[in-house]
Design a protein around this ligand. Sequence first.
Ligand SMILES: C[S@@+](CC[C@H](N)C(=O)[O-])C[C@H]1O[C@@H](n2cnc3c(N)ncnc32)[C@H](O)[C@@H]1O
Length: 350
Amino acid sequence: MSDTRHLLVADARRLPLPAASVDLVVTSPPYWKKRDYGLPGQLGQEATPAGYVEAVMQCLAEWRRVLTPSGSVMLNIGDSYHRRTLAGIPARIEAAAIGAGWLVRNRIIWAKTRGMPDPVRDRLAGRHEYVLHLTGRRYHYDLHGYAERYGNGANPGDVWSIEPERGLSPHLAPFPVELARRAIMLGCPRRVCGSCSTPSVRIIGRTADLDPSRPQARRAMQLAEEAGLTPAHIAAIQATGISDAGKAMQVQTGTGRNSADVRRLAAEAKAALGGYFREFTFARKVTTGWTDCGCNGPMRAGRVLDPFSGTGTTGVAADELGRGYIGVDLDPDCHAIATERGSRHLAPAA
Ligand SMILES: C[S@@+](CC[C@H](N)C(=O)[O-])C[C@H]1O[C@@H](n2cnc3c(N)ncnc32)[C@H](O)[C@@H]1O
């Protein structure tokens, strides 16, 4: 059992946690008018959509307090039918969040082919939900690490096809571990300075390695070899950064960014490679190191909070990825399941 997985019984709007103490919130609140948990103070049974959105905004204000300056929120949210119409809950939350100063950086679609039985005859069954990524102006984001795992290096896009997992309890609707895993990989730093809360981020270096499964890439490598292009030529292609060397020189002359040498090398490479020049701008990037804030103090693991933690799915993913975890839920009973899954109860902070 990990010492870094903790559970607290509290309301998501009043967290017994210090300011600036978590790096990412990953959570799925009860959706509006769906499940009645029968708990005093529960979220989700408000009389109107406006009342529900107001409660979610109170949560967001509290989460902003406990997040570090580079922290953000991955909010899993779905819509509800009320009097035969969709209530438009996700869109209402987005609008309110923007009004409160959040940036909606992504509206990720969680697509599923299976789902709850929906015995309707005059509309399609709902088979998607959203994960809203809500941030401040600056936020931690590891697109490189995520793209290596999910996109073969390219940006994998904002649709997550993940099948629901079988529930651990008839009363709870856990999201799949895979959903929490993706959110954490993107938004929670591996290591954070214990003194200044600055995350350590990847330093990315370029290589000359192309994807040999692409015929264009294989042809580019062949032409480069035949022409005897050097690593300096490849670096010059990448420095000019666009597909046509002539245009690059035209664009970049006067900016002072590329030296005459780089321009000459890029032009030579262009002459040798023709239209295959651009292939080297897609060369694989690698992690060459991690940034250091310079405090020289102790580092800690990034910390994920799930303020509607239920059965503790976010904790399972956090543990697997070596992050710390704090799970908060109003219901002490559901913490029993989370405890079985490896989290540890904490006495509420005084
Ligand atoms: C959709 S479930 C979360 C499921 C969770 N993702 C999991 O893996 O099991 C919502 C949870 O919110 C809790 N809850 C409802 N109102 C709450 C509130 N005001 N503060 C904290 N937890 C609350 C419920 O007890 C329930 O466990």
